[in-house]
Design a protein around this ligand. Sequence first.
Ligand code: NDP
Length: 281
Amino acid sequence: MPDRYAVIGNPIAHSKSPQIHTVFARQTGHDLTYRAILAERGALEETIKTFQSQGGKGLNITIPFKAEAWKLVQQRSPRAQRARAINTIAIAEDGSLFGENTDGAGLVRDLLANHGGHIASQRILLLGAGGAASGVMEALLAEKPAFLAVVNRTAAKAVELAARFDQFGAITGGGYELLMDYPGYSFNLIINATASSLQGELPPLPGKILSPGGWTYDMMYGSEPTAFMKWGQSQGAARSLDGLGMLVEQAAEAFFIWRGIRPQTTPLLAQLRREAGSFSR
Ligand code: NDP
């Protein structure tokens, strides 16, 4: 009987995770199944319990359940503990749940290994203060940027996030007006961790905040460039990247936690880009 894995979210129909983990399983010769499970809001705990009772070994957790799942697990890695959001659960033999957040490792690996980018000594702007932003803070700061600014529509959430991680580096948080307060200040890398691209919207960004040669990175991905990716191009970004690589890399980290082997990501990423015609330059 193959080991069972799944991703739980809402919506979930368009998740690429089943395809990704099926390719990883084939590549590594591991006998497992991986499916997508739709959970109604308020039904996460029950959905996890049902999956456990069917002998499930591990789960990915996605929108909108990452923070709720964090509360449900019995153990967390130190990084997941601080992120207050998890995207991966390993289910032990005794039924206890271990929570990890692999989003930060996925983002950093995509930026550095897949795209040859830089984080160390860079001035970085992170847009958003939800689960995705919270999940990548520590991994970004571990790479020692010169400075990390977090801005969010609800300013108080960015202020709280910055305060929670300020032990790890030079960091500030606030509303978008923060970007108006320092005319002439610019960033080498601007990362969009808001859900605005899902709605085809752009966060309220002033012009001239991207340094010459700077990069933009949208955690979202799709077959067309997002509003934020188009904004990056209009601002002269040297690279305007999407989040498909982050998705594949966070999945590889999860696979490693469950199976003790790290799958190769480059061939799969190339395959997904060919299939979706997805855009990143
Ligand atoms: P959350 O719902 O937890 O947070 C959403 C964030 O987006 C909040 O900061 C919210 O601001 C902000 N926001 C929403 N709409 C707008 C808007 N129109 N303008 C400005 N800000 C807005 O979502 P997540 O953090 O979990 O996910 C965010 C994005 O990251 C999603 O697009 C998701 O698909 C993507 N993602 C991609 C991953 C990958 O592997 N590539 C992994 C994880 C996430 P406020 O607090 O004011 O409401």
